[in-house]
Design a protein. Sequence first.
Length: 277
Amino acid sequence: MRKFRTNGCSEGVIVCLHTNQLWQERGRKNKNKWVWAGIAILALAAILIIDLKPWHKHHDTISDQWPFHDLTKGPYSKDFEGLDISRHQGKIHWDELVDENPQLQFVYIKATEGSSIVDPFYKRNFDEAKKHDLLVGSYHFLTRRTSMAKQVDNFLSNIDLQAQDLLLLVDIEEDGTRGWSRSIIQKNLAEFIRLVKERTGVSPMIYTNEAYYHLNLYPEFNHYHLFIANYNLAPELGTAKYDIWQSSKRGRVRGIWNYVDIDQLREGVTLEDIKQP
């Protein structure tokens, strides 16, 4: 019995050890599989986060009544003839805006961005500006994420072309084109302009800041109508001439309870020069 038990126990130990080794090997393989699966999931999540950049996404305004009180401080702006507005201004008190700012003649209103974004305040702002007898134009914010054809479709399908008083406007900036080279910027902007002109008969005006214009667009786009931002001095564009100067992004204007971009026509330019035919 003892010998039988000894032999049995030895064989059993060998079998047990072998079985344990098999289980350990399988466990390691399974563990490796889960590790690699985890790495793959993390890598995919990282790619999606980087690609989608949720921190850059535009968040809808919490209420169409926002802001609920005046968020601005300091003296009111006086030296402007126009404004450009978007959802960032929130609800605008149009009666007060027009009554308290008799120098205000025109407004550019953000309509769209990229291939799918429509400014939630666009239609209301456009209708109110027209109702208050201001000259109105619409603009599109150009981005790098989708084709120019899709962006033009988004823009033109969300505006009433016949109701535009002023030239359509394309807004091109570093925030929208980060990562593009100068040549790619010029190629895509030219394509956007070509497609708009093909469908409307008129090239849009170009909005950008002075530094961006010199770096990426000068002198190839000098012959277009230009809307240039410089928050210190009137723009200097060499051989090019701007039509509109955005002189501040922190204008304080009665009737608008958030800071707003304020604009001036260049000396010698009239609104007739930038009207949509």
